[in-house]
Design a protein around this ligand. Structure first.
Ligand SMILES: N[C@@H](CCC(=O)N[C@@H](CS)C(=O)NCC(=O)O)C(=O)O
Length: 198
């Protein structure tokens, strides 16, 4: 399999966490692309020009992180969406994923408008991040060592992305449960192998 990635995308990280946890890294070749540079082969695979995009061994191009996760679940365990406590797991993941989308919307919005952060859309996106983190603090996911699943993938991805992208604030300052939760994930192999960087 071939996976188009960049080194910062939280959507890529969700997929890479699954690849690591499923022990599939030897079967997936990673190619770093600049999604804003419109490389031809990448655009052919994903007309939206976004990472992550997976090319399966039989040549199917699958974009959208959640669709890729669904496909990877079909290939190897453990499931990203385990049936034991599924609704509870998804309910923890949802605000984290919403806040992650809000975070990338801000980063992308800043490309078009210097005042994005403070306009109506930007303000709501910042609120989504703060509220999503608060929900996670009130109800943290399981530790990776207990069970890897979409809830802890989403939580670690969100925390690390906002820490990496918005360095002017300590997002976990008033969220002691979440800070402790993140501290406990430190050193977990899939978490360390997929940290964002420039
Ligand atoms: N809904 C998509 C979002 C993917 C996405 O927005 N990727 C960003 C990087 S974080 C990207 O490639 N952006 C380029 C663009 O928006 O044109 C998914 O879940 O995979």
């Amino acid at each position: 399999m071939h996976l188009y990635i960049n080194t910062t995308s939280p959507f890529v990280r969700l997929v890479r966490l699954a690849i690591e946890e499923k022990g599939l890294s030897d079967r997936v070749e990673l190619e770093v692309v600049d999604p804003w540079g419109d490389p031809a082969a990448f655009l052919k695979a994903n007309p939206a020009g976004r990472v992550p995009t997976l090319i399966t061994d039989d040549g199917h191009a699958i974009a959208e992180a959640h669709l890729i996760l669904r496909y990877l679940d079909d290939i190897a365990g453990p499931s990203v969406f385990p049936s034991d406590g599924l609704a509870e797991t998804l309910a923890i993941a949802a605000p984290a994923l919403g806040a992650t989308e809000a975070s990338t919307a801000i980063i992308i919005g800043r490309k078009s408008s210097d005042s994005f952060d403070t306009d109506m859309v930007g303000s709501k996106r910042f609120r989504s991040i703060a509220e999503g983190l608060k929900r996670l603090d009130a109800n943290p996911p399981r530790d990776f060592s207990d069970r890897p699943d979409i809830a802890n993938f989403a939580a670690v991805t969100l925390i690390d992305y906002v820490t990496f992208r918005f360095t002017d604030r300590d997002w976990l300052a008033d969220l002691p449960n979440l800070r402790q939760w993140r501290d406990r994930q430190q050193g977990h192999p899939s978490v360390e192998a997929t940290m964002p960087y420039i």
